[in-house]
Design a protein around this ligand. Sequence first.
Ligand SMILES: Nc1ncnc2c1ncn2[C@@H]1O[C@H](COP(=O)(O)OP(=O)(O)O)[C@@H](O)[C@H]1O
Ligand SMILES: [Mg+2]
Length: 307
Amino acid sequence: MVLICPHCNKRHTVDEKKIPRNVKKARCKYCGQTFLLENFLNESGKKEDLQSKQAGPRKIAVSLSKGGVGKTTTSVNLAAGLALAGFKVLLVDTDTQGQDSFVLGVKPQFGLTELVTGELTPEETIIEARKRLWLLAGGKSLAGLKRMIDRKDFGSETTLTETLKPIENQYDFIIIDTSPGWDPITVNVLFYVTEVLTPVSLEVMTLQGLVEFLKALSAIQKYRRELALKYIVPTFQDNRVKKTAGILGKLEALYGPVLCKPIRYNTRLSEAPAHGQTIYEFAPGSPGAHDYRDLVRKVTGNSKLFT
Ligand SMILES: Nc1ncnc2c1ncn2[C@@H]1O[C@H](COP(=O)(O)OP(=O)(O)O)[C@@H](O)[C@H]1O
Ligand SMILES: [Mg+2]
């Protein structure tokens, strides 16, 4: 297995079987800092491991303060892929556009806003969009929620945490799709999750956007040590476009340890939402389905999934 030091991001290849059972911490031989091993052993992707070694679900925000980079496409297809792999998944849409419902072909009447305000219960707001895949929808009403969070005198950044904590243990994964901007809801999301997955479009040059986003993220990490940038996922990879390779090279040099395999540009991915289908339903043999299955394997750490 590969351990990535959370302090300096250097990789260590170790044989998991050789780690004695009672050893809880490891020291990074590059930076000398120690870190808890359990955070890494959880990643073997086996459900039993997830349940026995980690209390509660893995909570992943799909976030970058820029639109059109593949956040919604990645959130939905990662969540749906995890559900197909046997995990119970809650997908939370925190964008006023409410695209996740559209992409999944469902029309929930209520969602995150009503749950946070306490107007409605989880049973009334969370819908089962697919087998093992539940959706807490976003949409226009979130604008009012933003104002409500803004008006709070204290504790405004933990509003979402207070809402989701009581129900989170029903799930193995909570995947949160975020809006393009940096708003009070995004801050709430980053105070709730422990992992961040950032899609970076290779089509539109977003390295600058990424650097700015990571600065804002590190401001939150000062308060939340457990919040980690776990995955950078290049999207819209098109080898016919010359600059793609250049951007990928830069990403590799700067963020190698957390860089994932790119998601290729695939028109099937842009067509699927109009049919209300995930990529596995709409075009299971497409490059898009192939690439998102790879991402599911990466996130669970289980290379045997779907084989
Ligand atoms: N890999 C891809 N190849 C082709 N089209 C894509 C790909 N990923 C996303 N799209 C399309 O690009 C548009 C923007 O993607 P979206 O996931 O909505 O981005 P965001 O949520 O970051 O704004 C959507 O129309 C989507 O269907
Ligand atoms: Mg979106």
